[in-house]
Design a protein around this ligand. Structure first.
Ligand SMILES: [Zn+2]
Length: 638
């Protein structure tokens, strides 16, 4: 009962009860006010099902909002209403959830069914009629309470792969009355089985201020784990001092699938005292961007691994945690710290990781290997400079800021390298003199996260709102010409961008027709992606959400149209625009609007008449517009 007790402590909304489940006893934490047996499984209810995604799973830009239920690579499986209710929303979108249905239930919850191939015939004819009324393929309707009522288990549509789905599956959500997402697995569906405990891959320790050390050094260090019995350990004792953050790279597996899913519950203790807990049981759509501070953004960028921080970093406003000291470890000299991490999935399968940290005295001579990744790097507010040991008399460096210069001795050294730490809050370096050579570092500006900020350079300006960033960010940006191409470059930052910020560029080159030029982001090895921008008085304004190289380009090529098939009642095309991308299209038959369904992943459009029996005869026209304003027209006699 210990686990139940802990869950109860951490979340007042939950009650714990043991639930008999296919001969096994699970202690699923329940949502108060929602009956555990309220919902039935929305697809293949008579079978054991498999998941490719769980609720709360860490994705690159969000916490996954529901279950991704596998459909054996097939489309067209029946999708059933998980409980009685009425259709509160029905959507057709080219990206995102594609074709989706929202059902509102009498107990205040809603269920969502996404990436559908088709709506059931009653809903499909309603949508088709509205699409013709609105003359729009995309649709977002909110029917009245009494319009479409469904009983539990009735077919509402067929599963598919529509929207930004990368393979056939059903995305299924349960939401509470505040439209927050709940974990469907907590309702104990017997169609899903999980007897596999979470699997840790690596941990990382990070110094959280300039005074802290890990094995003598400042920075972020990853450690391998070794299996010991049912748990995992770090073999060697780690030495550390000061304020330390722990991160874990781990996933959960469920029976019968190889997919790496999310771990909702993690605890960390130091010498038996809890220092961190997280429980992802409820996701609010307005805080989805917080994934960028819940995980380590730099590790994600550089290694594509999502490390779950076991500490609450600056700018993190998520409600998953209940911690006194934000989860940080405070390691004192000579103190023995036994760290335990406990990971628990929704089915209460549990995995433990243990390791020891010994408090070490801070020292300017160290024996551990310094692996210099770069000559300089930034971690939070600290600039780290690395230099090879040459002559001990010349070990000082000089840092030049706009205001003055300062001689700096090494913070610590081993026999091969010196490390210099500089607190960026005390001044932004323009250049550094190391031995007899000088290096430009050029930090443009320090941007606070809590107030708006603007930065003006000669040919460009940046503007940040108080909602642009999670934490103080040091910006390095340049505007230059390379191979006769104009480039505005935003270098990798130490912090992720929460919302976008504005850039305004006064072009360095002469352009024949400004209005036809747009901002594109350069992608190595791939086509540039269209960003857009608005011209005003010879300058172009656009917004950016992250680092990269941006340029001005003209897209003069209209979209391509290729007819694929034609019958008495239907015509289909492949439409493409490789430069700026397709913005919109319109088809007409004898001067009347004609619905073209759109599969943007396969660049396909196909006609559908309101009266399906009516032949497609007469004058057909198709107009396609790209994002840069180029237009293609096709007129044919059918
Ligand atoms: Zn999904």
């Amino acid at each position: 009962m210990k686990k139940c007790w802990r869950l109860k402590l951490s979340k007042l909304f939950f009650t714990c009860l043991a639930l008999m489940f296919i001969g096994q006893s699970y202690a699923l934490a329940q949502y108060e006010g929602v009956d555990k047996d309220y919902f039935t499984f929305p697809i293949q209810p008579d079978k054991v099902n498999f998941l490719s995604g769980t609720m709360g799973e860490l994705r690159a830009t969000h916490f996954h909002a529901g279950l991704d239920i596998k459909t054996n690579g097939k489309q067209g499986l029946n999708v059933y209403a998980a409980a009685s209710g009425y259709i509160s929303r029905i959507r057709v979108a080219k990206g995102g959830y594609g074709n989706s249905i929202y059902i509102k239930h009498p107990n205040g919850t809603s269920t969502v069914y996404a990436h559908l191939q088709k709506f059931n015939s009653e809903l499909a004819s309603y949508v088709l009629k509205r699409q013709y009324e609105d003359e729009s393929f995309t649709a977002n309707y909110f029917p009245q309470k009494n319009e479409f009522k469904f009983k539990q288990g009735e077919i509402i549509g067929l599963s598919g792969n529509s929207g930004s789905s990368s393979g056939p599956h059903l995305h299924f959500e349960i939401r509470n009355s505040k439209q927050e997402v709940l974990d469907p697995l907590r309702f104990g569906f017997e169609q899903i089985r999980d007897e596999i405990a979470p699997i840790p891959l690596r941990i990382a320790l990070k110094t959280m201020d300039i005074e802290s050390r890990i094995n003598g050094q400042f920075g972020r260090f990853e450690f391998n784990l070794e299996r010991q019995g049912n748990g995992f350990i770090v073999k060697d004792t780690i030495q550390a001092f000061g304020k330390i953050g722990v991160e874990i790279w781990a996933h959960d597996k469920l029976n019968g699938a190889t997919n790496r899913n999310g771990i909702p519950t993690i605890y960390m203790s130091n010498n038996g005292d809890e220092v961190f807990n997280q429980e992802i049981d409820n996701v609010n759509f307005s805080s989805q961007k917080q994934i960028l501070v819940h995980t380590n953004f730099q590790a994600q960028k550089t290694t594509n691994r999502r490390y779950n921080k076991l500490y609450i970093d600056d700018g993190n406003t998520l409600k998953f945690y209940d911690n006194k000291d934000h989860g940080f470890l405070f390691i004192e000299e000579n103190a023995k710290n036994h760290i335990g991490i406990q990971m628990i999935d929704t089915y209460e399968n549990e995995r433990k990781i243990n390791f020891n940290i010994l408090g070490e005295a801070i020292n300017d001579k160290i024996t551990s290997v310094i692996s210099p990744p770069k000559i300089y790097s930034v971690q939070d507010n600290t600039l780290i400079l690395t230099r090879e040991v040459e002559d001990s008399d010349l070990e000082n460096i000089t840092i030049y800021t706009k205001e003055n210069s300062r001689v700096l001795g090494p913070t610590y050294s081993n026999q091969n390298h010196h490390i210099y730490l500089w607190d960026l809050r005390t001044g932004l370096p323009d250049s550094v003199n190391i031995g007899n050579h000088s290096m430009d570092i050029m930090f443009n500006t320090m941007v606070p996260s809590t107030s708006s900020h603007s930065y003006d350079n000669k040919t460009y300006a940046l503007s940040f709102s108080n909602k642009s960033l999670f934490d103080t960010t040091y910006i390095q940006s340049q505007h230059y010409i390379e191979n006769q191409i104009e480039i505005f470059e935003l270098h990798n930052q130490n912090q992720p961008v929460k919302n976008s910020f504005g850039v305004e560029i006064d072009p360095l080159l002469q352009y024949d027709s400004l209005e036809q030029h747009h901002i594109f982001k350069l992608n190595s090895g791939k086509n540039p992606s269209f960003i857009g921008g608005v011209w005003d008085d010879g300058k172009i304004k656009f917004s950016v959400t992250g680092p990269g190289k941006y340029t001005l380009m003209k897209d003069e090529k209209p979209p391509s149209i290729k007819e694929l098939s034609r019958s008495d009642t239907r015509i289909s095309f492949r439409i493409q625009d490789k430069q700026s991308g397709i913005k919109e299209f319109r088809a007409e038959i004898n001067g009347e609007w004609l619905l073209m369904n759109y599969d943007s992943k396969r660049n396909l459009i196909w006609s559908e008449r309101l009266d399906k029996k009516k032949n497609l005869k007469g004058n057909f026209s198709l107009t396609i517009l790209d994002n840069a304003g180029n237009e293609s027209n096709l007129i044919i006699k059918l």
